[in-house]
Design a protein around this ligand. Sequence first.
Ligand code: G1P
Length: 306
Amino acid sequence: MEDITKVIIPAAGQGTRFLPFTKAIPKEMLPLIEKPALQRIIEEGIQSEIRNYIIITARGKNSIEDHFDADPILESFLKEHQKESLVSCIDKIIKLAEFTYVRQQEPLGLGHAVWLARHCIQKEYFGIMLPDDIIISKQPALDQLIRIARQERASVIAVQEVPMDCVSSYGIISVKKQLTPHLFQVGSVVEKPSQKNAPSNLAIIGRYVLSNKIFSSLEQMKNYSVGELQLTDGIGHMIQNNEKVFAYKIQGVRYDVGTPIGWIKAVISLALQHPQYQASIKRYISELGTIDSALYNQSKNIEHSL
Ligand code: G1P
């Protein structure tokens, strides 16, 4: 299999689960400590040796393009004050990565967003990373998938086990064959099934390595889909057309930062691993003791909180 060098990042979603924050700011720009969520996704891609990023954006998402662009005024200001290190991680991305932006004009679904990038992908395998899914792992999640795609010479999607009462929030796979404790051949996929109709509790999480054949499958599904075109439907169509698709249980912890609760958990978890903040956050959490101790308390109001 040829090298996998391109990733599509659908970032056109409206972020309704995070309103009102997302009214004027793209949800992909939510801060995870000092970096926007999307920057963490690109860093996972770079660690997985991906150089080309095709980002599907929409109206109101210009700050994404600005973030991954040079800013001479800011740079000379920081240089003057010997503070270049504050943006050095972005400089690194700008030097290593190529960005292409494609606009989705109407919210017609994840499958439609991916399909819009068809002109950017040749006869090759490529990655898809959903920026809502932040995965903290030793080996980058996308890199785990790329390794399996090379080994099996086929498409691979990331999955994790979820409680049965959560299956209706995900694409769910049915297992045709289990190859190892973590690797499955996929029999079929169903988008957000009811608990009753779910073929397993293996949920698709936002990393994929797919064959370019997905585009003709999406094209065909597009002709008879009403409303949103799901990526899951395209993958199902590929399987029906005898394309092998595997599912790999990613080793790592995944946070859905598209919701306030997932974002809060991701921030806490990242802070606990951050060299600069971990000690004070650990201390803060251990001092909390009870929920009430985090609330306003007159006797504490002169303590500073660092
Ligand atoms: C999308 C996919 C779904 C997948 C999920 C993972 O759904 O359609 O198959 O399980 O991402 O985060 P969304 O969460 O965008 O509704």
